[in-house]
Ligand binder design. Structure first.
Ligand code: ZN
Ligand code: ZN
Length: 361
């Protein structure tokens, strides 16, 4: 009933970008939206979202984190939207007028620069964990573009990891000599989002020479490195055919997107291709596939063939928009692999393919 749904706390929901997505409904509840850059496939549904969110969430205005340089343009668009929304024909009939800013679409806009960090108020996990967002600079063919990480900070009563195996006497000794043995808070990078970028935007320490670094940029570089330690990294991947020649790879840089052959260098630069247990539990989700590699199973073949083998089994692919009519049919094998979020795991896909080939043989 109504009273119950009002008091029940909604699960935390955030969104990266608000473009043309078949999953728009899922994003309506997002109270925080992080915009990477101004291309229509990333911002096109911004104002629909603001209105749909307000309608679904008791008039609440969502908060949009936007690249600082785009703030004036976004404000201008909001004003134009509000003007269309409030346009009326006067009863005297001789003059049309808009009532202007009093009907301004409800949205909180927060300008973001690379190296910035903001607390995400109102999102908690238990009583001891809260969350923050950090922004880093990427390289999207000259467009102002950001990537984001969302991290958690948990208050803890326990000891720092390096002291956990010591006995009571040793701990007491350390405390007496002034060493802080308690962890206090533990920080973890939960999820990272690359936005649109070419390889230079994601390679470790690639965007600026050490001489041109300042405090903000070096923070940004640190946040990028943290993105590759995230439990879930949502990473763009546009060009998929590893057999494509150097010209095509050059084109991917000019367009500001990743080529599948860039992944090896990028992940190696962040130490993600060394086999260690910690890396194996972390997931990578690729999105932004170019439609020219469709349909879905063809794109997945390219991806499975081109991924560095060390990360292949940790990878998911957002594939839903590439499904052909045939692949959308209920009986098609790919339907069994498709998760409710529109993604397919590369490991599942390869296992399914192997089963198929064995059946044929
Ligand atoms: Zn773009
Ligand atoms: Zn894009």
């Amino acid at each position: 009933d109504n009273a119950k749904t009002k008091t029940k706390k909604r699960p935390a929901c955030v969104a990266f970008d608000m473009g043309a997505t078949p999953c728009f409904d899922d994003a309506i509840l997002a109270k925080y939206v992080f915009l990477s850059h101004g291309h229509i496939d990333h911002v096109g549904a911004l104002f629909s979202h603001a209105r749909a969110h307000a309608v679904s969430c008791g008039g609440e205005a969502p908060t949009y984190f936007v690249p600082a340089q785009l703030l004036p343009q976004i404000e201008q668009c909001r004003n134009a939207m509000s003007m269309i929304d409030s346009f009326t024909t006067t009863t005297s009939g001789d003059e049309n007028k808009t009532t202007g800013r009093e009907n301004l679409l409800k949205m909180t806009l927060v300008p973001v620069n690379p190296g910035d960090e903001f607390p995400l108020k109102g999102i908690t996990y238990g009583s001891k964990t809260n969350f923050f967002v950090r922004a880093f600079e990427v390289d999207h063919a000259g467009h102002t573009a950001l990537g984001y990480t969302i991290g958690s900070r948990t208050k803890t009563a326990g000891l720092k990891r390096e002291y956990q195996n010591l006995d009571g006497d040793a701990i007491r000794e350390l405390v007496q000599s002034g060493v802080r043995v308690k962890a206090g808070t533990v920080e973890k990078v939960e999820v990272a989002y690359s936005g649109d970028t070419c390889r230079h935007g994601l390679m470790k320490d690639c965007l600026h020479s050490p001489e041109s670094m300042n405090e903000k940029l070096s923070k940004s570089a640190t946040f990028l490195q943290q993105a590759f330690q995230a439990e879930l990294l949502i990473c763009e991947l546009t060009f998929l055919d590893s057999a494509e020649d150097e010209t095509q790879r050059q084109r991917s840089v000019e367009r500001g997107h990743l080529h599948i052959n860039d992944l090896e260098d990028i992940f190696a630069s962040h130490g993600r291709l060394n086999s260690n247990d910690e890396n194996e539990t972390k997931s990578i989700l690729f999105y932004h596939l170019s439609g020219r590699y469709g349909p879905a199973s063809r794109a997945l073949d390219y991806i499975a063939a081109g991924l560095p083998s060390q990360i292949r089994n940790s990878c998911q692919v957002a594939i839903k928009s590439l499904l052909s009519e045939k692949e959308k049919a209920a009986g098609h094998g790919i339907q069994q692999l498709l998760q409710p979020n529109g993604c397919v795991s590369v490991e599942d896909y390869l296992r399914w393919k192997k089963g198929n080939n064995n059946a044929k043989a």
